[in-house]
Write a protein that binds this ligand. Sequence first.
Ligand SMILES: *Cc1c(COP(=O)(O)O)cnc(C)c1O
Length: 408
Amino acid sequence: MRPESLMMSYGYKPELSEGAIKCPIFQTSTFVFKNAEEGKAFFEVAYGLREKEENEELGLIYSRLNNPDLEILENRLSLWDKAGDCAVFESGMSAITSTLFEFLKPGDLLLHSAPVYGGTDHFIRKILTQYGIKTAEFRPHHTKEEIAEIIKKAEGTLKMIYLETPANPTNALIDIEMCKQLADEHSTNDQVLVAVDNTYMGPLWSHPLDHGADLVLYSATKYIGGHSDVVAGACLGSKELIARVKGFRTFVGNMAGPWTSWLLMRSLETLKVRMDQQAGNAEIIAHRLVDHPKVERVHYLGLLKEDSADYQIYKRQYSSPGAMLSFDVCGGEKEAFKVLNNMKLIKLAVSLGSTESLAQHPYTMTHADVDCEIKNELGLTEKMVRLSVGVENVEDIWNDIKGALDTI
Ligand SMILES: *Cc1c(COP(=O)(O)O)cnc(C)c1O
């Protein structure tokens, strides 16, 4: 069965919870062992003192290690990307930072695409480097040869390639398979890992593991949560790699709690209908924006020209143009602000992927901290407005945008 059919029931046994059709919130810090022998057996498995026997499951011990809401959520989330396992955290940033800390050590080189999410950028540049981890970056338009040259010139031994595609907010694309080839070519006994932050397009419209990525990261605050009411994150990959991420998580203690896990399970039931509706709305909005006289340019994957370099990557990696788009208004900051200030239905807020439509000004908001030179090179200018299209009636969304555009 397909994931959307399994989100209501997978991994949950009503008979273990008084017949409740929904998984209750297991608001408990610790779990009672039947006897001392069982407690001993659970700890042996949890601490890796012995391998699991056939059909043996990790018993419930303590909610920093495991909890039914967290485990069922992780099993369900794994289905979308067909991942071996999944680790869920209290935020996207904790998923990203824990994964980087687990796999990188002093002297290693982290090669990453630029720009990345502001929080990730700060963590890589200001925090990872304090631990002797070397970093280098590449841009979406760089060729394989150019990236190989960047690796050669950088200090440190390449250990991970980290990318965000499509790039926020321009929707520029990066070829995951090309990054996988680079990773293989630079691997010795130690495999160079490819990690993809798939927040923008996942887990419905893109599955990086199918294109050679080893790890997929999400801010579950965005589409997965989808209601602007929870902050969470996830890392997915093979059982072996996620066992390492979960080991790190146990000792840092940033796992998602039962209430967060329950909210995300609730959200996963409607993930596909929400995202389908959002993408359908975005397609209509994007095409109408193109024809609006006050709009100079629309950055939307559904508008890529068939002869562009990005089009091939787009066809291979994505099953939909998504529901994130940006547009340049005629003018500059003043005109962009006027549009934002005159939207009524669409809320002026950062974040993305939720049921309500959101708009913001990347130049002075989400990307305020990015070098002006890089912003200009990327075409991220003061006239750009970023839109996360929600599930509202598309005519109401369009009337709101049109009304705001008509004020300039
Ligand atoms: C929001 C976001 C993050 C950070 O996630 P939080 O849940 O806010 O910690 C990371 N990457 C991308 C692409 C994001 O949009």
